[in-house]
Design a protein around this ligand. Structure first.
Ligand code: SAH
Length: 312
């Protein structure tokens, strides 16, 4: 018994050290959109993320405390909350919707199935697009394509709605990202964006500890930079006549970070079933998830949501 406990403890310590060692590597820092595609291909192909968190690569929405909501249900709830808040539920069934940075299509399928939208999801990662296609039942009005959000191969004004969730941190040029989202939206169409944002430097610059944490949050997950909420609002309002409403959903989404870690504990089979490498990969993400929690809990980071109706 004692032997077994010692071996278990030693095994755990070795895995933890290896996880930390991997975390300290910087091989997922943003270099170009190709490095983002590569990071997401790896995150998709090893299946770890999908086994743990399901089809949605975004945070969950938790209402008022006690906030007892399953992580996967909270992610679905997030999609419905953003639809309601941004007024997308005012659009008739059959409206066309572009999902920019669609992951493996979790939101796109809900938007097609529950709201009747005709959805095109695009991602820079070919691995994600293949997986999104596999997961989408035939007959659902939901297509996917590999495309760069900064260079959409789509006609001006060709969508009734544009949706983009948690893709902004990967964009090296926030103005171009905003311009492309709005270019393909038709006059009168509706925009819904959710983004991980940094506190506006004009409100309070980062202190030394925050600068270190911020650096980790950027280099770990292929992020060139985070916009601030007012900064991205200005990027969008660069479009003539456009008024953008924003809100901060940090409080409503905050439990997601710790839930992301707990999912691994609750479903050990999901990770263990993929082999020892997956356990290591899971451990590698833990420090970043904890730092993200810290960033959003202290106000260094903010979960920005943006809605607008293009003048028509
Ligand atoms: N919106 C999805 C996925 C969020 S993860 C969801 O809610 O589940 C971020 C997504 O942005 C990934 O799909 C990633 O491939 C995509 N992305 C990042 N940079 C991109 C770019 N330049 N062009 C298109 N997609 C991009």
């Amino acid at each position: 018994m004692l032997h077994a406990l010692i071996s278990l403890g030693l095994g755990g310590a070795v895995l933890l050290s290896l996880g930390l060692l991997l975390w300290s590597r910087r091989d997922r820092a943003f270099e170009s959109t190709a490095s983002v595609a590569d990071a997401y291909d790896r995150w998709t192909d090893d299946r770890l993320l999908e086994r743990l968190w399901g089809e949605h690569v975004h945070l969950g929405f938790y209402g008022q405390p006690p906030r007892r909501r399953d992580f996967r249900h909270a992610k679905e709830a997030f999609v419905h909350e953003l639809v309601r808040w941004s007024g997308l539920d005012q659009l008739p069934r059959g409206s066309t919707l572009l999902d920019v940075g669609c992951g493996i299509g979790g939101s796109a399928r809900i938007l097609a199935r529950d709201y009747g939208f005709d959805v095109l999801g695009i991602s820079i990662s070919p691995g994600q697009i293949r997986r999104a296609q596999e997961l989408t039942p035939a007959g659902l009005s939901c297509r996917f394509a590999v495309m760069d959000a900064l260079n959409l191969e789509l006609a001006d004004g060709s969508f009734d709605a544009v949706w983009s969730v948690e893709a902004g941190p990967h964009m090296p040029d926030k103005q171009r990202y905003a311009d492309e989202l709005l270019r393909v939206l038709r006059p009168g169409g509706r925009l819904a964006v959710a983004d991980w944002n940094r506190r506006d430097a004009a409100v309070k610059p980062l202190n030394r500890l925050e600068r270190w944490v911020m650096h980790q949050l950027l280099v770990q997950w292929a992020h060139p930079e985070f916009a601030s909420i007012p900064g991205f609002q200005r990027n969008l309002e660069h479009s003539p006549g456009l008024t953008v409403d924003t809100d901060d959903w940090s409080r409503q989404t905050l439990p997601s970070w710790i839930e992301s870690i707990l999912e691994g504990v609750r479903r050990p089979g999901a990770v263990l079933g993929l082999g020892p490498r997956a356990v290591l990969m899971g451990l590698r993400e833990t420090p970043t998830l904890l730092l993200m929690h810290w960033g959003f809990a202290t106000g260094m980071m903010q979960f920005g949501v943006f809605r607008a109706r293009k003048p028509g």
